[in-house]
Ligand binder design. Structure first.
Ligand code: ATP
Ligand code: MG
Length: 225
């Protein structure tokens, strides 16, 4: 890599990291902020109802607050899983992904089908981490926007490349319009594409309103020698 190219590369990585931190801090801020406000007002209601000896009403509000707490804890757990693709080098990508998918099927009404033929073949770290990040953001989007029932993931070695696809049967969106417009608040898909570009991978996204969303990523180099 030339000097200027290397500098450009580091700059891009820093930008992606900053955007990611920005997104996580915004999500944490939103979750914790909403939770504190709702819990504060629930506690006020409970106090008032107990003072008035309306115990049934107080108990009902306590029950609602417990549900709110469970939901928030779940969302924050998801954010923490987002922060660390920890066991990637120890367990390998397929196992780490199975863990991630099992978290999602436990937390959301999603049916996930995962097909892979990687087994224990070692994928270059930077490629594995990029794929993991792409999958995380794809899932963030699926639970945030797609209203999907089924998600299909393929991670396949074929013809000397690694070929990854994630497809949902949700509401879809107008992807051409999205990539045409500059939108500083929506960084997920652009960050995904950027990461894949940085490693000379290919990124395709196909989505149409009411027809689901499909992301395909391929990388040429797969095994470390
Ligand atoms: N799987 C999907 N199903 C339906 N709509 C989607 C899906 N993925 C993305 N979108 C749409 O594309 C937009 C852009 O997604 P992107 O991940 O870039 O931003 P975001 O999720 O809105 O925000 P951020 O990822 O920065 O938190 C979303 O706002 C949503 O409208
Ligand atoms: Mg997103």
């Amino acid at each position: 890599m030339e000097d200027a190219e290397a500098r450009e590369f580091s700059k891009k990585i820093l930008t992606i990291q900053e955007e990611e931190r920005h997104r996580i801090s915004r999500d944490l801020h939103d979750e914790i902020g909403q939770f504190s406000v709702s819990l504060g007002s629930a506690l006020n209601v409970i106090e008032k109802e107990i003072t008035k000896r309306n115990l049934d009403t107080a108990l009902r509000v306590i029950k609602d607050a417990k549900t709110l707490l469970a939901d928030t804890a779940n969302k924050i757990r998801t954010l923490f899983i987002d922060l660390r693709p920890a066991e990637l080098d120890m367990l390998g990508l397929p196992s780490v992904l199975r863990e991630l998918f099992s978290h999602y099927t436990k937390s959301y009404p999603l049916n996930i089908k995962f097909k892979e033929n990687i087994g224990s073949i070692h994928i270059k770290d930077e490629v594995a981490i990029t794929l993991y990040r792409v999958i995380q953001e794809a899932f963030n989007n699926i639970v945030k926007h797609a209203k999907a029932k089924n998600v299909k993931i393929d991670l396949l070695l074929k013809a000397g490349e690694i070929n990854f696809t994630i497809e949902d049967d949700g509401i879809g969106f107008n992807s051409e319009e999205f990539f045409r417009e500059a939108n500083v608040d929506k960084l997920g898909l652009r960050g995904m594409r950027e990461r894949v570009d940085l490693l000379n991978g290919k990124f395709f996204l196909q989505s149409k309103l009411r027809a689901g969303t499909k992301i395909n990523v391929t990388f040429p180099i797969i095994e470390e020698v």
